[in-house]
Design a protein around this ligand. Structure first.
Ligand SMILES: Cc1cc2nc3c(=O)[nH]c(=O)nc-3n(C[C@H](O)[C@H](O)[C@H](O)COP(=O)(O)OP(=O)(O)OC[C@H]3O[C@@H](n4cnc5c(N)ncnc54)[C@H](O)[C@@H]3O)c2cc1C
Length: 186
């Protein structure tokens, strides 16, 4: 199959918090991106509860601190509680740093939210294309960039995408990292 024309400067693999934030940050800097996410939608699962002060600083630079905070839980949920059972009284409790009270080093405070609340805000923060239901299955690198093999999981079709760089934001079981390991091993 011939090498396709370059479609984007950066191919972002993964539509979680890292990939979506990178997409918004790169767009602000005029860098073209295409993001592929293997699932058909954003994650519905309430993972990743604590968004810490440094992350809110980054969201603030994107103009997102307010909408992220608006979708967050009330600050009283920002405590770690230790109990023998769910119905027992706390035998210890600790505040999460930077959640309930400001810290002197930062103009912002962290929030307790969850990924299903956060990701829609991040998705709406940029216009660059996002291809849901498209999985990275292969990756080769050469002197000028990368060629990605993409599987459209709805159609069952395979295509190739050419980019200058690939950004592996595909989580703990990263396909992109495995592809790189394979390429290195060869
Ligand atoms: C139950 C639970 C609770 C958690 N609580 C916290 C918490 O309180 N605080 C905290 O900081 N973290 C928490 N985490 C961890 C947090 O969810 C992760 O750190 C966070 O999701 C990492 O973001 P990410 O964008 O790197 O990866 P992910 O959110 O995992 O996103 C990666 C995305 O890449 C996609 N993808 C994977 N492979 C491919 C491929 N080949 N092609 C295309 N797309 C692909 C996946 O579908 C996924 O959407 C928790 C995790 C779990 C499971």
């Amino acid at each position: 199959m011939p090498v396709p024309a370059t479609e984007a400067e950066v191919l972002i693999v993964g539509g979680g918090p890292v990939g979506l934030t990178a997409r918004a940050l790169l767009e602000r800097r005029g860098v073209s991106t295409v993001l592929v996410e293997k699932h058909a939608t954003l994650s519905p699962f309430p993972r990743s509860r604590l968004v810490n002060v440094r992350t809110i600083e980054i969201f603030r630079s994107l103009g997102l601190a307010e909408p992220v905070a608006a979708g967050a839980f009330a600050p009283e949920y920002g405590r770690v509680r230790f109990r023998d059972t769910l119905r027992a009284d706390d035998f210890a409790t600790a505040a999460m740093i930077g959640i309930n009270a400001p810290i002197p080093e930062s103009p912002v405070i962290g929030v307790v939210t969850s990924q299903d609340r956060l990701e829609p805000v991040l998705l709406a923060a940029a216009h660059a294309p996002v291809r849901f239901g498209v999985e990275l299955t292969g990756l080769t690198e050469d002197a000028d960039g990368v060629t990605a093999v993409l599987l459209d999981r709805r159609q069952g079709t395979e295509s190739r995408l050419r980019a200058r760089y690939v950004l592996a934001a595909d989580g703990a079981n990263s396909t992109a990292r495995d592809c790189e390991d394979t390429a290195t091993a060869d």
